[in-house]
Design a protein around this ligand. Structure first.
Ligand SMILES: Cc1cc2nc3c(=O)[nH]c(=O)nc-3n(C[C@H](O)[C@H](O)[C@H](O)COP(=O)(O)OP(=O)(O)OC[C@H]3O[C@@H](n4cnc5c(N)ncnc54)[C@H](O)[C@@H]3O)c2cc1C
Length: 463
């Protein structure tokens, strides 16, 4: 650590208590990585604020000392988002973990950023409500807003950006603003919620979030449908959506991934391309949706479809799906996970997945294909030996081929994981001159380039 940092530590200890500021090596190591294959780099200092005012004071200190600030939720992101390559201060939001208000009549909840999605859902259940966005990890709501996360239910309820009514944000000069209000709609001013959601800690630190929640549906039914080929499964999804069936979840899991599921979750599901489905609604409507879905999947050569009606079996099914990434991680000790994350218009999806499968095979890689296919979003999960540069190169080539295929068809390089450093190189190709607008916004809001520097946008000197 540089000599100047001693002053920095002292300045931070003036605005926070002793226990809220640490240079402990183990704590720094925990904040120097995410869940990806990207290289580790440690922050100089980790701080644990408890209030928005403390976050503001931390940012003011960072301004005086011209050191970077990296917000940190749970560190479950997958593209190097939280790794402080320019060192500096990591702000860990784990002590800001209070559910502040449940406005059950407005279907809104106000939370601090360190609240996790399962913590929130546990509380909401008491009110007959739930929060819809469910990334595979038990991420924080601050991190989920900052990456515009989505998950298995986004096909029905939308992504994180659709749930945010208001954010309290500490800006790069330490001032505190609100980006929205409690109203269901507004035509007032620029859409700052939309701007800050997905900004990956590069524009501000969220210190409070007001989020939309939903009533727990009257009836829920889950199903597992297996198919002879991936194409059949994907085309069945496209037909289900085109038929207007209001499906709440539809997830694709290919054959190698079903093997991982069975191995890790101690299930004995059929090992072939499989759709995990869920329907929400009232009894009569659901019955119709289910019958119609059965007909559609049969048209696409479905081998068998099994419904899970009781709660425990349904939870087991979704737990198995959610644990899939961990099933790979635990199944390949010593290797690191690389996950592709493109999203395409739904009509391009089956071609994209076919192309991805062929590319995985022709590059001699081992990987499973899974995805929130109802949104046109799919992932190839690869387990990489980080000591084998040739294997890393092949995996990166695959990622690039998949991204370029998606961009050429009007898709995006990242459907939900975000840019971090991993998808930075595709920003120019995807956004063209709009990238200049993003650079101007960053320059205007963070002129010293202190907030999570050199993420999303290409590397730039700090002023
Ligand atoms: C097994 C597994 C499965 C996953 N599945 C999905 C999935 O289905 N869908 C999906 O979208 N993602 C998925 N992810 C990725 C990850 O869980 C999400 O990106 C999640 O939103 C990150 O939340 P976090 O709390 O871990 O944030 P972190 O990783 O700590 O941070 C993520 C970004 O948010 C910023 N940030 C954090 N807190 C704040 C704050 N208070 N204010 C401003 N910026 C902040 C950070 O600086 C960083 O840029 C998965 C990850 C894993 C490991």
């Amino acid at each position: 650590m540089e000599v100047a940092s001693v002053d920095l530590v002292n300045a931070l200890r003036e605005v926070l208590s002793e226990s809220q500021v640490t240079e402990n090596q183990t704590v720094r190591e925990l904040h120097g990585r995410d869940e990806s294959y990207h290289a580790i780099s440690l922050p100089d200092i980790v701080v644990f604020p408890e209030t928005a005012q403390q976050v503001s004071e931390i940012v003011k200190v960072a301004n005086i000392h011209k050191v970077p600030v990296v917000p940190f939720g749970l560190g479950s992101s997958l593209e190097g988002h939280v790794i402080p390559y320019d060192q500096g201060i990591t702000i860990d939001f784990s002590l800001m973990n209070k559910i502040l208000e449940v406005r059950e009549n407005d279907f809104l909840v106000k939370v601090q950023p360190g609240v996790t999605r399962s913590q929130l859902n546990k509380e909401l259940k008491k009110y007959g409500l739930f929060f819809s966005v469910d990334p595979g990890a038990d991420a924080t709501l601050g991190g989920m807003a900052a990456t515009n996360a989505s998950g298995t239910t986004s096909v029905k309820y939308g992504v994180m950006r659709d749930q945010v009514r208001d954010l309290e944000v500490v800006l790069a000069d330490g001032s505190i603003i609100h980006t929205g209000n409690l109203a269901a709609k507004s035509s007032s001013g620029y859409h700052l919620n939309g701007l800050f959601v997905g900004s990956e800690g590069t524009l501000g630190c969220f210190t409070e979030l007001t989020l939309k929640v939903y009533g727990i549906p009257e009836h829920v039914m889950a199903a597992r449908a297996s198919f002879p080929a991936l194409d059949d499964a994907v085309e069945a999804v496209v037909s289900i959506l085109q038929a207007g069936i209001p499906i709440a979840r539809v997830e694709l899991v290919d054959k190698p991934s079903m093997k991982q599921v069975n191995h890790f979750s101690d299930t004995n599901y059929k090992e072939g391309p499989t759709l995990f489905l869920e329907f929400h609604g009232n009894e009569a409507g659901l019955k119709q949706d289910v019958e119609f879905t059965k007909e559609i999947v049969a048209d696409h050569h479905c081998l068998d479809i099994e419904f899970e009606t009781d709660n425990a079996a349904r939870n087991r099914l979704w737990e198995a799906r959610h644990n899939l990434a961990y099933a790979y991680i635990h199944g390949y000790p010593g290797k690191k996970m690389m996950v592709t994350d493109v999203c395409l218009p739904i009509s391009e999806l089956s071609g994209a997945i076919r192309h991805a499968r062929e590319a995985v095979d022709s590059l001699g890689l081992t990987g499973g294909i899974v995805g929130h296919v109802g949104d046109g979003n799919y992932h190839v999960l690869l387990m990489i030996n980080m000591n084998d540069q040739e294997e890393i190169d092949r995996a990166e080539q695959l990622n690039e081929e998949i991204v370029l295929y998606a961009l050429e068809r009007g898709g995006t390089c990242t459907g939900e994981h975000g840019v971090g450093i991993g998808k930075q190189k595709y920003q120019q190709k995807e956004h063209g001159d709009a990238l200049l607008v993003m650079e101007k916004i960053k320059q205007a809001l963070d002129p010293l380039n202190l907030f999570n520097p050199n993420k999303i946008l290409k590397p730039k000197e700090r002023v």
